[in-house]
Ligand binder design. Structure first.
Ligand code: 2P0
Length: 329
């Protein structure tokens, strides 16, 4: 059995994706801009195995079953359909082994690195030659944030047009455009309360602020993009926080509320604000989980991480830097 290996890294959005333009094609309703990180790596190996009657998917050493396996296998079926591999012929199905080389914690963007690596390894296994843009559009079908992890550094995922399956992310700047730090404060090890897909759906269907989010997000995205282009840390941090808060506010107003922040999340936000009052340039963002990620200059990352570790409830803090895109067969 020939094995195919791919490595991908997670990314953190500075302007946030929240909501879909087309649910079936998993197209984002708003543009987003992310930074791919060096620290959060997923490694995936796949092989076509003639002895299998269905895909065999092992994540972090645990064989997956039920809905989780079904979702991943549906993505692999999409790859097979693109490659012209008929379902059920000998050698159709994949043996997949995937490992996250970072602590498994909710909302740490493991679906981004996971689907990017899986798309790269599976397309290679089925002989489907895609350039990075086409691979990104395919990875988007698994998880929209995965489209961004195909590329290193500073990456943009535009809003989609309903029915247009070609939307993928595009690289804006290589990792060396701007060496900043993203300090990750992990506050919980459990599974996330609400899958981001369900959270987005509930926000779109019930939040009175979803329309306001759709109107605001492109403007905040443009601010983030301009600030990243000119490497203006304060302007980037301010716009990133505004995008974060607008996204979470729209989710909090869903019925019932979609709330990922915990008490400790707010305590970390207070610590970041206190750092700023002391003259340290640090800005916070949160995703579909309770953790906080803090953008700051590389020279201040160690002291920011040390401060966050002193906040009760913070389990671990790690320093990430701009990272590379997909490595594939
Ligand atoms: C982001 N998040 O831009 C936003 C901010 C969470 C909050 O992308 O439904 O796992 O699989 O496309 O990509 C998380 O959502 O969602 C996410 P699906 P995904 O990073």
């Amino acid at each position: 059995m020939t094995e195919f290996f791919a490595r991908a890294r997670a990314n953190i959005a500075l302007s946030k994706y929240w909501g879909k333009a087309d649910r079936a094609l998993n197209l984002p309703a708003v543009p987003s801009l992310s930074l791919t990180l060096d620290d959060l790596v997923t490694e995936t190996t796949v092989a076509r195995d003639a002895s299998l009657a269905h895909d065999h998917i092992e994540l972090d050493g645990v064989l997956r079953a039920g809905d989780e396996a079904g979702t991943l296998s549906a993505f692999l079926a999409l790859v097979r359909a693109r490659a012209g591999v008929p379902e059920g012929a000998p050698g159709t199905f994949l043996r997949v082994r995937s490992h996250n080389r970072f602590p498994t914690a909710s909302g740490l963007a493991s679906s981004a690195s996971g689907y990017a690596a899986l798309a790269a390894a599976a397309t290679a296994a089925y002989g489907l030659a895609l350039d990075d843009l086409a691979l990104s559009a395919l990875a988007r079908r698994g998880s929209a944030s995965a489209a961004r992890s195909v590329f290193g550094g500073w990456v943009e995922l535009p809003a989609g047009t309903p029915g247009d399956d070609t939307t993928g992310a595009r690289p804006l700047f290589a990792p060396d455009h701007w060496d900043v730090a993203m300090v990750l404060a992990l506050v919980d090890r459990g599974p996330k309360d609400i899958a981001s897909r369900d959270g987005m759906r509930r926000t779109a269907e019930t939040s009175p602020y979803y329309a306001a989010w759709l109107a605001t997000a492109p403007l905040l995205h443009a601010r983030v993009r301009a600030a990243v282009t000119s490497r203006d840390l304060e302007a980037t941090g301010d716009a990133m926080e505004a995008s974060t808060m607008a996204m979470h506010a729209s989710a909090w107003a869903a019925q019932p509320a979609v709330r990922y922040a915990r008490g400790v999340t707010l305590d970390v936000l207070d610590a970041v604000r206190a750092l700023r009052r002391e003259g340290v340039g640090a800005w916070a963002t949160m995703d579909a989980g309770p953790h906080v990620k803090v953008l700051c200059a590389v020279g201040e990352a160690e002291s920011v991480a040390a401060r966050l570790r002193t906040t009760p409830g913070v389990l671990e803090s790690r320093i990430a830097r701009p990272g590379a895109g997909i490595e594939r067969p």
